[in-house]
Design a binder for this molecule. Sequence first.
Ligand SMILES: [Zn+2]
Ligand SMILES: [Zn+2]
Length: 181
Amino acid sequence: MPLIPLLPIFHRFNRKYFDGLLSQDLKPLVAVRWSDGRLRNTAGFYRRSKKGGQHYSEIVLSTPLLINLPYNAVESTLCHEMIHAWIDLVLGIQEGHGPIFKKKMNSINSLQQNFQITVRHQYPVPNRSPKWWAICPSCGLRLPYKRIVKGAACKKCCDANHHGKWNAGCVLCYEPFLKEA
Ligand SMILES: [Zn+2]
Ligand SMILES: [Zn+2]
């Protein structure tokens, strides 16, 4: 999935769920953008900071975490961060995931069926690189593995040569991933 433009979604949500209060004269009160490739610890965040004496706020969505997820993951993450922006910029209240956040979240969730906002972003953080190559001694198949699974056998060979039954001859061997080119 290529990166989709966020502003049209922002404006749509702003009209539907925030009474248009997150923009002024069609200009968003908060900048909305995709992250670079490094934001891997969260699907998105909202922050306000001071830049040259001016308050500057932005919503950043994680490119690496969201790029392969369905559209509604982007909607849910963006809407989550818009609630933070709304509490901060419109209500002028300091709150994390408190009662105001949850009330707004539940209300938006009940208004539509396309996506569900959660308190914590629930998208899997992709692991950087696997630690092991699992290698089938019978057919030579190599699979990247995060951890050694003791006794795991090559399914293809068990199916093909052993009527689908586990066989010691197909038990995977492990080699450190990094030694491989
Ligand atoms: Zn949050
Ligand atoms: Zn095999």
